[in-house]
Ligand binder design. Structure first.
Ligand code: SAM
Length: 252
């Protein structure tokens, strides 16, 4: 998958491209991140990318010409799917990330200052927001979007099972995990995880996912399509049953 990022701060993405899963995905040839300096497409001697706002008001806006010229250059061979970062855009979530992971080429325009000239929207497929707050520029949003999408590209995350159990992937939050030591400062890893009984472990994890979601994000449960077993677990939790009650003292 190919990403093009139109930005006035291409250096912002260097650490991202050189770190962890993303750098390995690039090395393996699964992902390519082409950061494009909008300033390289400015036409004047001073490489100007911004200008004052028509009608008055504070701040500056990114000018349309350099963005269109950069876009024309990239889209000449193949038209990418174009996103622009906007606080009022479609809220980015796991479903949106999954949709974007199906695209071959994605172009993200990062706004700065007061934003971009509205005419840039004529080349945009979707406006995207990462939440109801104001960033100083679209670059952190582009990072968040790329990171979430790259994880979903087949072959990027070594063990694809880890994607299956991630929060939101099946409409539920994830379950808690532990590593060694079994007892740390008096806090013990739940016995069930050390039982070696994989059916029981999977059931406990499902229980915890549903309990966690009910407690922290009940809105997700309203939309989740639960299996009959998951529905039984949900009803048991709502009735105040413990996991031990539910499994007949873990005799599963
Ligand atoms: N004047 C704009 C407004 O009233 O909404 C805010 C501009 S903001 C300082 C500069 C740029 O940061 C925006 O054009 C956008 O590209 C990006 N940005 C800010 N908050 C964002 C968010 N929550 N999600 C995505 N992009 C954001």
């Amino acid at each position: 998958m190919r990403f093009h990022v139109l930005t006035i701060f291409p250096e912002f993405f260097e650490g991202f491209k050189n770190t962890g899963i993303v750098s390995r995905a690039i090395e393996k040839g699964l992902v390519d991140i082409n950061t494009v300096n909008i300033r390289d497409y400015a036409t004047d001697r001073h490489r100007t990318v911004d200008d004052v706002v028509y009608g008055g008001g504070p701040g500056m806006l990114l000018k349309p010409e350099p963005i269109f010229r950069a876009y024309d250059d990239i889209a000449r061979d193949k038209k990418p799917y174009v996103l622009i970062t906007e606080p009022w855009g479609r809220r980015f979530d796991q479903k949106f990330a999954t949709e974007l992971a199906q695209k071959d080429e994605l172009l993200i325009i990062c706004g700065r200052y007061e934003g971009v000239d509205e005419r840039v929207k004529s080349i945009v497929d979707e406006e995207v927001s990462i939440g109801d707050f104001i960033l100083s520029g679209g670059e952190p949003a582009a990072l968040v979007i790329m990171d979430a999408v790259i994880r979903l590209i087949p072959g990027v995350v070594g063990d694809s099972d880890s994607l299956r159990v991630d929060s939101f992937s099946d409409g539920l939050l994830g379950y808690p995990n532990y590593t060694r030591p079994a007892v740390f400062r008096g806090m013990e890893v739940p016995q069930v995880l050390r039982s070696g009984n994989h059916r029981l472990i999977n059931l406990w994890r499902k229980w915890k996912q549903i309990e966690n979601t009910l407690k922290k994000r009940p809105d997700l449960l309203e939309k989740a399509r639960l299996s009959p077993e998951e529905e039984k677990i949900l009803q048991a939790i709502k009735k105040g049953e413990s996991f031990e009650d539910f499994t007949g003292n873990n005799r599963v």
